[in-house]
Design a protein around this ligand. Sequence first.
Ligand code: SAH
Ligand code: F3S
Length: 484
Amino acid sequence: MDQVEKVIDEKIQGKPLLTKQKEGNSKKLFIESYGCQMNMNDSEIVAAILAEEGFNTTKNLEDADLVLVNTCSIREKAETTIRNRLKKYNAVKKVNPKMKVGVLGCMAERLKAKFLEEEKIVDLVVGPDAYRDLPNLVEEVEAGRDAVNVILSKEETYADVSPVRLNSNGVSAFVSITRGCDNMCTFCVVPFTRGRERSRDPQSIIEEVRAMHDRNFKEITLLGQNVDSYLWYGGGLKKDFHKASEMAQATAVNFAQLLDMCATEFPKMRFRFSTSNPQDMTLDVIHIMAKHKNICKYIHLPIQSGSNRMLKAMNRLHTREEYLELVENIYKIIPEMNLSQDMIAGFCGETEEDHKDTLDLMEKVKYSFGFMFAYSERPGTLAAKKMEDDIPLAVKKRRLQEIINLQQKHSLYRTKEQVGKIQEVLIEGTSKKSENEWKGRNTQNTVVVFPKEQYKLGDFVNVKIEDCTSTTLKGTAVGYSENN
Ligand code: SAH
Ligand code: F3S
């Protein structure tokens, strides 16, 4: 029988599970992802590429012919977690010796062929720009040879690959719009593992969103290491923009324009984006957010430190004052906006004074949420080469704890602001705590829990907020929102 592409919509406990599988595929792929949302989306791209090669995904490690792990290098701990996971694969391989194991993503790019020596279980090493080569590489591995491709690309955006939505709730999905990063923050390994920055054709983005819209998805998060730096001028690296023809430069599409296009074309869908680097964020984006009800009023706006001295050492190309001015303008244009942060505690040379600057900046911004880390030196980065990782672990941990404690206080401040209000919530699934309650998120990206009543997964519902913790809002639905 011909391999006929088929979309299987399984209804499991009222939750549509969308898996694009190919009829007739006999081999089984087990794929798991660590790290950022970009990795989760890349795994969906990989599953789509391998669906053409006879692989359907399985959730059962023991059944797999091919096991792929999409890896993260951002901190040492992320790499340790993955090495431990490889031990688990090893145990399974003892029972099923035909099973092949591949490593994808940032650790693959960082360690390259060294991986094959260090971890005997690994047969395949593939960097983030080489997934299109997977069919050839898998063939090599099936023939009993190790295979490695870690070539970084100037053009690859996987624009034409329609991702298989793994672990999807059928409501919200990620769509990648840029790849790589040119910012060269001195602590960060991403520019080395994901290469130079390039943007994806806006038409292909719109078409992917349309496909999700037609499958009844309701919320799209536009993804990139640095989305505000999005710039499409016909293809090619961001840093080569100045070499493009006058015509290409004049007709280029920037991030504010892309957001405007998405929100206008799909008024019934909600849009989010991540991540923004403050140095590339323009007020144009904020004005477009204000113009469209369907762009969520939430920005993840990492700063890493509140100290000018640290920002400079980190090669973040803005000052604390410029950041605070940006934040003030954002709150002025969109008063209900919530902002979240990434912070690094104990970067090279950080003094108590620098740390206090971070706490002080947090007091001024009052973020709704944060991802906070102790500095972890990464081989190959400028900080590793040129700066001393001189803050004792105990001091890093204490400072980190102070940042986390303050963040918790501010998260509660922000959730308390919502109590008493009626907010539009998109239902994303059943609450973890109770079968009788839905969970969804409001425009500010805060989780809202409320009784199910007659509402369904994927509905936009107006919820009266009655109570809160620092992470969750509780309420009661008062009806469908006009968006429904
Ligand atoms: N723009 C990216 C940022 C990637 S890294 C994005 O899309 O999220 C995510 C966060 O990890 C950074 O903002 C930073 O706070 C943290 N991080 C990166 N390198 C780190 C390091 N060497 N040690 C500790 N935290 C780090
Ligand atoms: Fe890393 Fe800085 Fe880019 S944190 S991903 S180099 S914006």
